[in-house]
Design a protein around this ligand. Structure first.
Ligand code: TPP
Length: 660
């Protein structure tokens, strides 16, 4: 038997429907409908090496419509990735199988990103395409020059994030981005005409994209369209008209094939219709070999690339492997140390957003892999420095992105850049607008990506902009997300320390929450040690046996210090613990934690934010001073007074606690 194109395609279809049937859950419709398109892509165009899924110059393939995960797992198995075996496919959706319900990013596996929340993959792909262009500019077209392909579905384009990222991609002229749209006009509730009447051609063309439309079941048409995209000057969208659940006599073209097993009887009918006479999970040797040959092509591709790489000068080779392997420059620690000393000598009473700008001024000069940006708040977040060079349309010689007012897009794009490798993304907005980018931030944490979120204007301390702009529940919300460090530094020293930790955290994202208002310098003694790395530490105390432990973060550390001084005047001994990062403090030893938060003392936490979560430090006998309502519009000092977030309130609480 000599396999033909249709045999390769049907291998995907049957692996997918049989796996979904065995799991008794999953989405057969998309893999059945997009199997032709995916086969054209993998057979003729995609440059990838299953033997080395991390090859830096591979084409990226993103399945944005993550519910169609069996399409991806089938492709990985068929082309010979070690990460996905036939056993894994048989274990689709079972505990610890790499073939999870929706694709979950795993380094070196061929699963390039975690998808499932619609629209996210599209955003990641834009980030990957940006990263590719930036790295190409740095290392030259013969080292970095690849495409980013995406399969996206109706739902991806309904989501708001798609508008944000496609608009930016069009603006930037990301020509190496090719999106294959599974235009089957069906979603869960039924026909997409229930909710959409967009003119896709006009929509995408108005963003500055190339638009083509083809029959997604016609090999030649799909291939011709991809070929045409390869030489375009703009991002490309190929609308592939497909039939969801293709091949199913009773369910194709219907929402019923979208998200549940077809059923044994229907699968039998599909087998007959598509003339597939093989048992579930049995791919005939000839067909498997044909697929494996497609995978093997990539070995040669990478070998060719390796030869070019070897001929490059030492500096380029070392720099590329340094950034791809997440290593910071050798002199990096020294630079920070010097800056820390400078900050300590200056003792500046400045807003932490300004402190962050001072840190960035130094690191943007010395860390070429750092790519910053802001969602139209550059001057407020202080993310742009004298060494920031702006990325312009079709000109990627830079390290700073004006994302426009697109917080969600920014976060999804940052994930894509981090996933691509060779880039450390940071991006800014106000902490309140976490609400506008949280779905992507959650995925940064889930995937364990080094992405740095700069969230300034971190409390009622921002003042006059009022309650719409004053975050209340946001820190508690962030602290509830696993694998995320939430920093709220108290002065320039802590700000520098938090930045250092964020840049060195290669398996988790970081949020650095920064004040708008000026705050006093609070560090008492100079040490080279990164104290913020302990999460919380003793900053000041009046006696060896404090009766009160005051725990505060960020701008409220000063309130704690004032309270300590006032308590001293009335002969109450206390101590102040600065807690820039609860997550890191929680990781310390029991002894350390009990030493810092004196067990025999009464505890009070102070933070201009929801008190939710502080119970774990103050205990049932303690007290938390914070926000129980929304904020107010007024000069910030008046808001603090009005809401009793003052050192006098702390003193009153302390006295009451001690019965004095
Ligand atoms: C952000 C988000 N909202 C909702 C869902 C649940 N969901 C999964 S697929 C889907 C839509 C399916 O339609 P389409 O994208 O056209 O996929 P197809 O039916 O063609 O497979 C929805 C609403 C999701 N995965 N992500």
């Amino acid at each position: 038997m000599i396999p033909v194109f249709k045999d390769l395609v049907n291998a995907i279809r049957f692996l997918s429907i049989d796996a979904v049937q065995k799991a008794n859950s999953g989405h057969p419709g998309l893999p059945m409908g997009m199997a032709d398109v995916a086969t054209v892509l993998f057979k003729y165009y995609l440059r990838f090496n299953p033997k080395n899924p991390s090859w830096i110059n591979r084409d990226r393939f993103v399945l944005s419509a993550g519910h169609g995960s069996m399409l991806l797992y089938s492709l990985l198995y068929l082309t010979g990735y070690k990460s996905v075996s036939i056993k894994d496919i048989q274990n689709f959706r079972q505990l610890d199988s790499i073939c999870a319900g929706h694709p979950e990013y795993e380094k070196n596996s061929g699963i390039e990103t975690t998808t499932g929340p619609l629209g996210q993959g599209l955003a990641n792909a834009v980030g990957m395409a940006v990263a590719e262009e930036i790295m190409k500019k740095k290392f030259g077209t013969n080292l970095i020059n690849h495409k980013t392909y995406v399969i996206a579905s109706d739902g991806d384009f309904m989501e708001g994030i798609s508008h944000e990222v496609m608009s930016l991609a069009g603006h930037l002229k990301l020509k190496n981005l090719i999106v294959l749209f599974d235009n089957n006009k069906i979603s869960i509730d039924g026909a997409t005409s229930l909710s959409v009447s967009d003119n896709y051609k006009k929509r995408f063309e108005s963003y500055g994209w190339n638009f083509q439309e083809v029959n997604g079941h016609n090999e030649k048409q799909v291939s011709k369209a991809i070929k045409k995209s390869l030489n375009s000057k703009k991002p490309n969208l190929i609308s592939c008209k497909t039939i969801i659940g293709y091949g199913s006599p009773n369910k194709s073209g219907k929402a019923s094939s979208h998200g549940s097993p077809l059923g044994e009887k229907e699968i039998e009918l599909v087998r007959k219709k598509l003339k597939w006479k093989y048992e579930p999970f049995k791919i005939p040797k000839e067909i498997l070999n044909e697929w494996r040959k497609i995978g093997d092509r990539g070995v040669l591709e990478e070998e060719k690339w390796n030869k070019i790489f070897k001929k490059k000068n030492k500096k380029i080779k070392e720099e590329l492997s340094r950034i791809v392997n997440n290593r910071l420059p050798e002199n990096f620690d020294k630079l920070l140390e010097k800056q820390k000393e400078k900050f300590f000598n200056l003792k500046s009473n400045i807003a932490t957003r300004q402190g962050s700008a001072d840190v960035l001024e130094e690191i943007t000069k010395n860390l070429p892999e750092l790519v910053g940006g802001s969602a139209d708040l550059s001057g407020s977040n202080n993310t742009k420095t004298n060494h920031s060079k702006i990325l312009k349309p079709a000109n990627f010689n830079g390290n700073y992105i004006h994302y426009g007012v697109r917080e969600h897009g920014m976060a999804g794009i940052m994930n894509g850049m981090a996933l691509h490798g060779g880039i450390i993304p940071y991006g800014g907005t106000f902490l309140i607008f976490l609400d506008y980018c949280k779905p992507s931030l959650r995925l940064s944490a889930l995937m364990g990506l080094r992405v740095v979120y700069i969230f300034s204007h971190d409390s009622i301390g921002l003042g006059e902009d009022g309650p719409t702009h004053q975050p209340i529940e946001h820190l508690a919300h962030l602290r509830a997300i696993p694998n995320l460090n939430v920093f709220r530094p108290a002065d320039t020293i802590e700000t520098l320390e938090c930045w250092e930790i964020a840049l060195k955290s290669s398996t988790n994202p970081s949020v650095i929450a920064l004040s708008r208002q000026k705050i006093p310098f609070v560090t008492e003694t100079f040490t080279k040690k990164n104290m913020s790395n302990l999460g919380g530490y003793e900053l000041k105390k009046t006696n060896f046996n404090p009766e009160i432990t005051l725990i505060a973060s960020g701008s409220e550390v000063q309130i704690a210090i004032d309270a300590l001084n006032k308590l001293k005047e009335i002969n109450i001994n206390s101590k102040v613990v600065s807690m820039p990062c609860q997550e890191l403090f929680d990781k310390q030893s029991k002894e350390y934690k009990e030493k810092v938060i004196e067990q025999n003392s009464k505890k009070i936490s102070i933070e201009a934010s929801s008190i939710f979560g502080w119970e774990k430090y103050v205990g049932s006998q303690g007290s938390s001073l914070g926000m129980k309502s929304f904020g107010k519009s007024a000069p910030y000092k008046e808001i603090y007074e009005d809401l009793n977030l003052t050192s006098d309130s702390v003193v009153m609480i302390a006295k009451k606690m001690l019965g004095k």
